[in-house]
Design a binder for this molecule. Structure first.
Ligand SMILES: Nc1ncnc2c1ncn2[C@@H]1O[C@H](COP(=O)(O)OP(=O)(O)O[C@H]2O[C@H](CO)[C@@H](O)[C@H](O)[C@H]2O)[C@@H](O)[C@H]1O
Length: 494
């Protein structure tokens, strides 16, 4: 199949979170299966200057219609591995900036235009380069308008650009809301402006466009697929999701075992496997040393956490349990960047016990690998979690996850107290009391070395690889190609 992915992040060239890992690993796994895969990505500064970027070839100049004007850009491409081509949509004014979405304190004001330009450039390239995609697969709000723009372009040019379209929601909390006036720059028929179109409470929602007009909508775990149909998790889009429930699937992410494998991980001071955990003990000492923490004998548990420091990730639950980490003989290492209020609160916590609690407010890939390997428990107290990757990385690294029982966390971690024979971690309600209970249970589990080892072994031997996860997408694509697209996109624009 000819499969085209459209996303705003791609590991290793640009990553602010799990989207980058998921798109890179899915694209790579599909290419390994023998499909012809293309990935469209904005040509951000950090991509164009990335040390791993091979030489890129300039393909063409772009002239993109945005309302009354045409905006120019350039299309570059490179091939990082056989079967995979990455297209970079470049325009200095939009993408040659320090960060992809904002300056840290606020989002860039022209994000709607930047990603509309990107989405339109993808559709224009599909047309100009006659790519004839079997599937165009858009990820998250930044690419969400691609299915609709594509069907409208097909009608305008009387040409088929893609046999089917898929939209994947990695996080429904980020919706790409924009003022209604941006609609004029979309050059879409007026019928797509109303509440049956992109309008969302007096604004435009790119996310809503993806949900309504892709042939199939997927999200990254079965549990999140049902959660987003509820008011509690739908972030205002639950109604529109319910209206397309028949076309919605929850397909679990996997992990890229070429990057996340303790037996071959070059970022670790020592490698190890389920059969020989000696190297993990060295990673454990190295982790404490790297963060200036006091050495810990094997009986003292080390807790690790790596995430964007946002409300979603349950930072408040962690802070509500600060006394646990201050009181108990343990160590805690946190790596993350995010909201200033959380960064400050965590720094204050670390300052109260600098010999046992460390925080690093950086984006640091190598440090995240060392935490996954060196910790004994990995904390993910998320309030919601579409899938979550770190709980799978931590299981592969023999680091027992302690997670909120929401979304993909609930789908990938089995509570060891509830299910002694199958348990791979500890699960709790997404509340501070729930987390407090799980932390107490983690102490009991760690004190019982044979039981901890059994949980660790089961977690390490579980297959979370993308090779398996990608099969579900392949099956979905095949199913789509066999059935006539039934979404309202085609019928609305015909
Ligand atoms: N300071 C830091 N330094 C280094 N690495 C850091 C870091 N902060 C975060 N990371 C890394 O970023 C990734 C985070 O991925 P997640 O899937 O856990 O969450 P995210 O919310 O970004 O992704 C969204 O999309 C993914 C993909 O579908 C879903 O799994 C998830 O639930 C959804 O919220 C991990 O690889 C993690 O190690």
């Amino acid at each position: 199949m000819k499969i085209v992915h459209v996303a705003s992040e791609l590991f290793p060239y640009i990553k602010t979170g799990g989207l980058a890992d998921a798109v890179a690993a899915l694209g790579g796994a599909l290419a390994d299966q023998g499909h012809q895969v293309a990935i469209f990505l904005p040509g951000y500064r950090s991509v164009l200057t990335h040390p791993a970027l091979p030489e890129t070839e300039k393909l063409c100049e772009l002239r993109i219609e945005m309302g009354q004007e045409f905006i120019s850009g350039e299309l570059r491409r490179f091939s990082p591995r056989p079967g995979l081509t990455v297209y970079l949509v470049c325009r200095e004014e939009f993408f040659d900036r320090s960060f992809p979405y904002g300056n840290g304190a606020r989002d860039y004001e022209d994000n709607a235009q930047r990603f509309l330009f990107f989405a339109k450039a993808v559709v224009e390239t599909l047309r100009l380069e006659a790519i004839h995609a079997d599937v165009v697969h858009a990820h998250d709000w930044q690419a969400a308008l691609v299915p609709l723009l594509l069907r409208v372009a097909e009608q305008r040019h009387a040409q088929t650009l893609a046999r089917s379209t898929v939209f994947t929601i990695h996080n429904i909390a980020f919706q790409g809301l924009a003022p209604l006036r941006v609609f004029a720059q979309m050059n879409l028929p007026r019928e797509f402006l109303g509440v049956g179109g992109l309008e969302y409470h007096g604004q435009l929602s790119a996310m809503k466009g993806g949900i309504l007009f892709a042939d199939r909508v997927t999200t990254v775990s079965p549990r999140y697929a049902s959660e987003i149909q509820t008011e509690a998790f739908g972030c205002g889009h639950d109604g529109v999701i319910r209206s397309r429930a028949a076309y919605l699937r929850g397909l679990l992410n996997g992990i890229d075992t070429a990057v996340w494998n303790p037996a071959s991980d070059a970022l670790l001071p020592a490698r190890y496997s389920a059969d020989d955990l000696t190297g993990k003990a060295r990673c454990r000492s190295a982790l404490l040393a790297a963060h200036g923490l006091r050495a810990a004998p094997p009986s003292v548990p080390i807790y690790g956490m790596v995430c964007r420091l946002t409300e979603q990730k349950g930072v408040e639950l962690l802070l509500a349990n600060a006394e646990f980490f201050l009181r108990e003989e343990c160590r805690l290492v946190i790596l993350g960047r995010g909201e200033p209020r959380f960064e400050e609160a965590i720094q204050t916590l670390a300052a109260r016990a600098p010999h046992k609690i460390a925080v690093s407010l950086k984006l640091d890939e190598a440090a995240s690998h060392l935490i996954e390997a060196g910790a004994d428990f990995f904390l993910m107290p998320s309030l919601f979690e579409p899938c979550g990757l770190n709980q799978m990385y931590s299981q592969a690294y023999g680091t027992v996850p302690v997670v909120s029982e929401v979304g993909g966390l609930a789908d990938t971690v089995i509570d060891a107290d509830r299910d002694a024979a199958r348990g791979t971690g500890l699960c709790h309600a997404p509340t501070s009391a729930g987390m407090a209970d799980a932390l107490e249970r983690s102490l009991a589990l760690f004190a019982d070395a044979p039981r901890y080892a059994a949980v660790q072994q089961r977690a390490m031997r579980h297959d979370f690889s993308w090779a398996t996860a990608a099969q579900a997408y392949e099956a979905l694509y095949r199913e789509l190609l066999q059935t006539r697209p039934s979404s309202i996109s085609t019928s609305s624009v015909q």
